[in-house]
Write a new protein. Structure first.
Length: 141
């Protein structure tokens, strides 16, 4: 009988491969820039003469009272200057939402006219404000 030759199984020596891998890792880490690069930007500054304390997050509330007197955020305004003043307020705002509060005794066409002027001045959305109902104002049938 023939004797079986013993085969020695050879193992791969991975130590030099790990050394090469670590050297490559160090090279890539050195070559990769550590400072992030971006674009230089400038924030727009308000023009001279503009209100420096203008708050763009403040809600604009239009009040229409008896006799068709108008208020914008408690500032009384004439009807002929209303559209122009509103246009100035909405000019640099991102959110052009207005809130309208009208006297309950006014005719709807008068309120609709104020809404139309506000839309013409650049308002995107107009919310209607109502009074909170109390037990004395609710009439049961």
């Amino acid at each position: 009988m023939r004797e079986a030759k013993s085969c020695e199984q050879g193992d791969i020596n991975v130590t030099p491969l790990i050394d090469v891998l670590l050297v490559l890792l160090i090279i890539f880490m050195v070559l990769t820039p550590t400072v992030s690069q971006g674009l230089d930007t400038q924030i727009p500054q308000p023009k001279d003469g503009q209100e420096s304390k203008r708050r763009s997050d403040e809600a604009i509330v239009i009040s229409v009272e008896q006799g068709l007197s108008l208020r914008i955020n408690q500032e009384r305004i004439d009807r002929e200057h209303f559209g122009k003043r509103l246009r100035v307020l909405l000019e640099n705002r991102g959110d052009r939402t207005l809130f309208l509060q009208a006297d309950s005794e006014l005719a709807f066409r008068d309120v609709a006219e104020v809404i139309d002027i506000a839309k013409g001045a650049g308002a995107d959305r107009i919310g209607l404000l109502t009074r909170k109902l109390t037990a004395s104002t609710v009439h049961h049938s």
